[in-house]
Design a protein around this ligand. Structure first.
Ligand SMILES: NC(=O)c1ccc[n+]([C@@H]2O[C@H](COP(=O)([O-])OP(=O)(O)OC[C@H]3O[C@@H](n4cnc5c(N)ncnc54)[C@H](OP(=O)(O)O)[C@@H]3O)[C@@H](O)[C@H]2O)c1
Length: 480
């Protein structure tokens, strides 16, 4: 069992500590790490934001956010852990663009830690427009370039390839890429991480994931919830950039990349970047479907008359000899009939098989359950029966894998493990293909078609994959 405890003293600063991400994900993740006794005694958690508030008020907010995330199960022993953790929690109020505020924050850190040389983790819980100025100000207050400073930036990284490149350029003019942890929280999901582990361990699985064996790949991320209070952020972005650009393309990269010989973060990132940079979108209307659920435009004043898609489906290709002619279908949407995320790899059929026979499938279910299924045909007289072999349940809740997504990823930052973070190259490769898609949407002035909530989404998604194939419907629920 893998139990890593953080032995070096560190300061963990959350920039934008008054925001949603901090409350919903970061505070609970830090508590989960404390609950698992991952921290020794020398650590400081500092919330940095513009809002003025006392240490007590911030600790109260921290505490409320943690308890809210454990709504159903909260015991006395957890109160004790939380009380102890709160003695390590501090608040500093400052502007993000004022170097003097950063100097005062540096003095504040030193007064707490009484330590000159200490590992500093800076978590960016702020809108991406603030990333560059904060990076610049952190560089302004460091003693020298050898300081152990690690920057944790959450997706989205820019809005297109050019803006991502500009952001990386700014970041790398102050820090090395080594010090930057580009976080997509999908890579904190146990089932997603297990993809690499399963592929590393099972040659049989990799043989089925070779391009020459595969007929098509389908990745579906279906949500039942609407955009709700996130419309301020979401409406400016839309589902293609919010979900497909990073989450779905990461899943695609993980199933299609070659298994690197060396099991290092660098070699995994390199392989993934290689395959992602081979992705290609053919700019034709039949290769894209956009939808918007009915009622979205009434959710907030910002969404009135909005043409932002809440559903997106794409057909892509991988421009590599080994994946020649294998279509990739991606789809994701909100307010659908079912909440589930799964990858279906349909294998080629033998020439003698009847068209109506089901193909063999490798199905990687990421949510709500985390399972790998391999579906084989079992000849039973005249009728073919679909058999199922449960090859492996993905990693059970043990050790590190009991942590929430952000807990696992923050622990990775503390142990300098970058296997489940993105490289600049991967992100630019993903933007490159998404830019092809968004340019086409703009050029053709494509508008999303409306779909009723609690259904499968726009019916045009079937045309994207028909006539020879259809979306594999996973789970028991059918569309209304
Ligand atoms: N929320 C999520 O679940 C989620 C999930 C994945 C990724 N992300 C990403 O994580 C980052 C943070 O998300 P969030 O939802 O926590 O953001 P947020 O609530 O909009 O902003 C966080 C904090 O940043 C400060 N801030 C916001 N807008 C500002 C502005 N225009 N100028 C200066 N300060 C501003 C505010 O703090 P003060 O005014 O007190 O300084 C605010 O409390 C974003 O990049 C987001 O895309 C969020």
């Amino acid at each position: 069992m893998n139990i890593y405890r953080v032995s070096q003293p560190f300061v963990f600063t959350i920039f934008g500590a008054s925001g949603d991400l901090a409350k919903l994900k970061i505070f609970p993740a830090l508590f989960a790490l404390a609950e698992q006794k991952r921290f020794l005694k020398d650590f400081w958690i500092i919330g940095y934001a513009r809002t003025k508030k006392s240490q007590e008020a911030f600790r109260e907010e921290f505490s409320t956010a943690v308890k809210a995330s454990y709504a159903r199960a909260w015991g006395d022993y957890q109160t004790e852990i939380l009380d102890e953790l709160l003695t390590h929690v501090f608040y500093f109020s400052g502007q993000y663009d004022n170097p003097e505020d950063f100097e005062a924050y540096r003095d504040f850190c030193q007064a707490q830690t009484k330590c000159e040389q200490i590992t500093q983790i800076a978590h960016f819980s702020v809108p991406p427009s603030l990333f560059e100025i904060i990076v610049k100000n952190i560089a302004h207050i460091r003693k020298n370039e050898k300081d152990d400073i690690r920057l944790v930036l959450e997706k989205p990284f820019g809005d297109d390839e050019a803006s991502a490149q500009k952001m990386f350029h700014t970041v790398t003019s102050y820090f090395s890429e080594d010090q930057v942890y580009l976080l997509d929280h999908y890579l904190g999901k146990k089932a997603v991480r297990s993809l690499i582990l399963l592929r590393n361990m099972n040659r049989i699985l990799n043989l089925m994931l070779k391009g020459r064996e595969v007929d098509n790949i389908q990745i579906s991320a279906l949500e039942t919830l609407g955009v709700g209070h996130r419309s301020g952020y979401f409406d400016g972005v839309g589902t293609v950039k919010d979900m497909i650009q990073s989450h779905l393309l990461q899943l695609l990269g993980l199933v299609t990349m070659s298994i690197p010989i060396e099991k290092t973060a660098q070699s995994v990132q390199k392989e993934k970047a290689g395959i992602l940079s081979s992705l290609h979108f053919v700019p034709k209307k039949e290769n894209i479907v956009l939808g918007q659920y009915k009622g979205y435009q009434n959710e907030s004043p910002k969404t009135k008359g909005s043409q932002t898609p809440t559903f997106g489906a794409l057909k892509l290709w991988i421009n590599r000899e080994s994946w020649y002619g294998v279509p990739i279908y991606l789809r994701t949407g909100k307010k659908l009939h079912q909440k589930s995320t799964y990858i279906v790899i349909e294998l080629k059929k033998f020439a003698f098989q009847k068209p109506e026979q089901e193909p063999n499938r490798v199905i990687i279910e990421l949510s709500p359950s985390e399972k790998l299924h391999i579906r084989l045909l079992d000849e039973d007289g005249i009728t073919s029966r679909l058999g199922e072999i449960g090859v492996s349940e993905s990693i059970a809740c043990q050790g590190d894998y009991c942590l929430p997504e952000h807990g696992l990823l923050l622990l990775d930052v503390l142990r300098k493990e970058k296997m489940f973070f993105l490289s600049f190259q991967e992100i630019l490769a993903c933007w490159n293909v998404i830019d092809e898609v968004t340019d086409f949407i703009k050029k053709e002035k494509l508008k999303p078609t409306l779909y009723a909530p609690d259904t499968c989404g726009p019916s045009a998604q079937e045309k994207l994959i028909a006539p020879k194939k259809s979306w594999y419907a996973f789970g028991d629920q059918t569309c209304s």
